[in-house]
Write a protein that binds this ligand. Structure first.
Ligand SMILES: Cc1cc2nc3c(=O)[nH]c(=O)nc-3n(C[C@H](O)[C@H](O)[C@H](O)COP(=O)(O)OP(=O)(O)OC[C@H]3O[C@@H](n4cnc5c(N)ncnc54)[C@H](O)[C@@H]3O)c2cc1C
Length: 459
C-alpha cells in the first residue's frame, strides 16, 4: 500500500478513523495465539457502505484486507501475515433491533457477544451461544469462526442461531443471505457457508439472530471427582441418561491447579477433576434435573457436590472457569491449544489417551472444556525457546489430532483452522475436499485479497 492508497482510504474513512502509527499497528498485529505480523494500516469504518468502498479500492489496487473483531481468536485468524489493511469492526457496535414478537435480533458485527445476551435477557429472551470469551469477543468474530461455548451441549452453537447475514464481498458488492423467518430453503445455504469461513469469503456487516425464550430458572452444580477417569465416565453416563444438562464442563487436575486460588469453593486434597453442570428450564424441571444430575455424579464416584446458592455465586464460578485458558501460563510460557471433539461416549477413552500422550512425550497437558458435547480443550504446555520441548510438543500435537480422528472425531470444534492448524488440515480432509474449498474461495475472492494465507496450507 503506497501513500496514495492511504490517502484514498483516509478520504473514505475520515483521517481520524485510519491509522498508520507504529504503536497502533502493533496493537492490531496479533490475536490470542501470540502469533504476530504488522499490518500497513488499520481502518475503523463506521458503516457497511464505507466497507464496500474500501473493498472496491482493495480489489482495484490488490492489497490484503483482514477483518478483525476483538482479536481473541485462538488460531491466528486475524493476524495480517501478508501486511495490508486490518479492518476493525469496533465502530460497528449497534444492536439495531430486538423484535420480541418474532424473537429476532439484528446486530452489527462489532457488538460484544455478552452485551447481546444481557440486552435480550432484559426482555425475557435468550441468545444461548456463550464462548468463554463472551465478555470481550464480538458477534462478528463468533459468526466468522462458528464459535461455541458451554451451553452448546443443550442449545447448539452460533451457527444454530444465525438466520441471515449482510456481507460485503471482496469486490465491494453487498449481498444478503438467509431470511428473517424461521424457515427458508431458497437456493444454496449461503449463510451456513459463510459461518465459519474465518473472514476469507466476505466481511459480515449485519447479522440476524434467532432468539428463544429465557429459561425460567437454572441450577449450577460443582462436582468433585477423585480422578479424571470417574469424571469422564460421569460425562458419558450423564449424556446417555436422557437428562440433558445446559452445560457439562470438565476440568482436570492441571487446569484446576491454575485457578484454585480464585475458586469460591476451596479445592480439597485428592480431587482429580471437577464437572460444572447446569440444569435450566421451568422451576419444577430444574429441581428434578438437578436432583437427577447429582445422583448420577454420585453413582460415578463424585465426592463433594455443591449447588450454587444464587446467581452471583454461580456467575463467580463461571468467571473462574472462563479464566482457565489465560491462567494456564502458570504451567509454561507457551501453550499449544487444541479443541478436538469426539463422540460423547468416547470422552473416557479420549481422556485416557491424552494422559498417555502426556506421559509419552513428558509434557504437561492440561485438559478442560465442553465435555458434554465431546469438545475438550487440550493444552500442551511448554517453555518458549526450549527446542527439545518444541519438538516433542509437535509430535504430541499430531498424535492428539490422530487420536481424535481415530475416535471418529474432528480436529476443531470451535476455534477453526486459521494459521495454527493449517499443517493438519489434510489429516481430516481429502485433497478433493480441500480443492473444492479452494474453489469456493476463488469464486468469492478471485484476487485473493480477503484474509489471504488462512485455512489452506500454502501452495
Ligand atoms: C480466554 C478465551 C476463551 C475463549 N473461549 C472460547 C470458547 O469457549 N469457544 C469458542 O468458540 N472460542 C473461544 N475463544 C476464541 C475466540 O474468542 C472466538 O474464536 C471468537 O469468536 C473470536 O471473536 P473475535 O471478535 O475476537 O474475532 P477475531 O479474533 O478478531 O477474528 C477471528 C476471525 O474472524 C474474522 N472476522 C472477525 N470479524 C469478522 C467480520 N465481521 N466479518 C468477517 N470475518 C470476521 C477474522 O478475520 C478472523 O479470521 C476464546 C478465546 C479466549 C482468548
Amino acid at each position: 500500500m503506497d501513500k496514495n492508497t492511504i490517502k484514498k482510504l483516509g478520504k473514505i474513512l475520515g483521517s481520524e478513523h485510519l491509522t498508520t502509527e507504529k504503536e497502533d499497528l502493533i496493537c492490531y498485529s496479533y490475536d490470542a495465539t501470540g502469533e504476530a505480523a504488522l499490518p500497513e494500516a488499520v481502518a475503523f469504518p463506521g458503516s457497511a457502505s464505507e466497507i464496500a468502498e474500501i473493498m472496491h479500492l482493495a480489489s482495484k489496487e490488490e492489497f490484503p484486507v483482514i477483518p478483525r473483531g476483538a482479536g481473541s481468536g485462538f488460531v491466528g485468524g486475524s493476524v495480517p501475515i501478508r501486511g495490508g489493511l486490518v479492518l476493525s469492526t469496533k465502530r460497528l457496535n449497534r444492536i439495531i433491533e430486538i423484535d420480541m414478537e418474532n424473537m429476532v435480533a439484528v446486530v452489527e458485527p462489532g457488538v460484544i457477544t455478552g452485551h447481546i445476551q444481557s440486552e435480550v435477557e432484559k426482555m425475557g429472551l435468550f441468545y444461548p451461544p456463550d464462548p468463554s470469551s463472551l465478555k470481550f469477543c464480538t458477534i462478528g468474530g463468533n459468526v466468522a469462526m462458528g464459535s461455541g461455548g458451554p451451553r452448546a451441549v443443550k442449545y447448539g452453537v452460533t451457527r444454530d442461531y444465525v438466520l441471515g447475514l449482510e456481507v460485503i464481498l471482496p469486490t465491494g458488492e453487498v449481498i444478503s443471505t438467509g431470511t428473517r423467518t424461521a424457515k427458508g430453503v431458497v437456493g444454496y445455504d449461503m449463510t451456513r457457508l459463510l459461518i465459519g469461513s474465518e473472514g476469507t469469503l466476505g466481511i459480515v456487516t449485519k447479522i440476524t439472530l434467532r432468539l428463544i425464550p429465557k429459561p425460567e430458572k437454572k441450577a449450577t452444580l460443582y462436582a468433585e471427582f477423585p480422578d479424571t477417569k470417574s469424571a469422564s465416565e460421569a460425562v458419558s453416563g450423564i449424556m446417555a441418561s436422557g437428562t440433558v444438562p445446559a452445560t457439562l464442563e470438565f476440568i482436570d487436575k492441571s487446569a484446576l491447579a491454575c485457578i484454585k486460588k480464585d475458586l469460591s469453593i476451596p479445592l480439597k486434597q485428592g480431587v482429580g477433576a471437577i464437572l460444572i453442570i447446569e440444569a435450566d428450564g421451568s422451576r419444577a424441571a430444574v429441581s428434578e434435573d438437578a436432583a437427577r444430575l447429582k445422583g448420577l455424579c454420585k453413582r460415578f464416584g463424585a465426592g463433594n457436590i455443591v449447588e450454587s446458592s444464587g446467581r452471583k455465586e454461580a456467575e463467580k464460578l463461571w468467571d473462574t472457569r472462563r479464566a482457565i485458558s489465560p491462567s494456564l501460563f502458570r504451567l509454561g510460557t507457551k501453550k499449544i491449544n487444541e479443541d478436538i471433539v469426539v463422540p460423547r461416549n468416547c470422552i473416557p477413552k479420549l481422556i485416557e489417551r491424552l494422559e498417555a500422550i502426556s506421559k509419552k512425550y513428558n509434557l504437561t497437558i492440561a485438559n478442560f472444556g465442553h465435555a458434554g458435547d465431546g469438545n475438550i480443550h487440550v493444552n500442551i504446555m511448554l517453555n518458549k525457546g526450549n527446542v527439545d520441548e518444541e519438538k516433542r510438543a509437535e509430535a504430541a500435537t499430531k498424535e492428539v489430532f490422530q487420536t481424535a480422528l481415530d475416535l471418529n472425531g474432528t480436529i476443531s470444534g470451535e476455534h477453526g483452522i486459521g494459521l495454527s492448524k493449517q499443517p493438519y488440515l489434510g489429516m481430516e480432509l481429502s485433497d478433493k475436499e480441500i480443492d473444492l474449498m479452494r474453489g469456493v474461495k476463488k469464486v468469492f475472492d478471485p484476487k485473493n485479497i480477503l484474509n489471504p494465507g488462512k485455512i489452506f496450507p500454502q501452495e
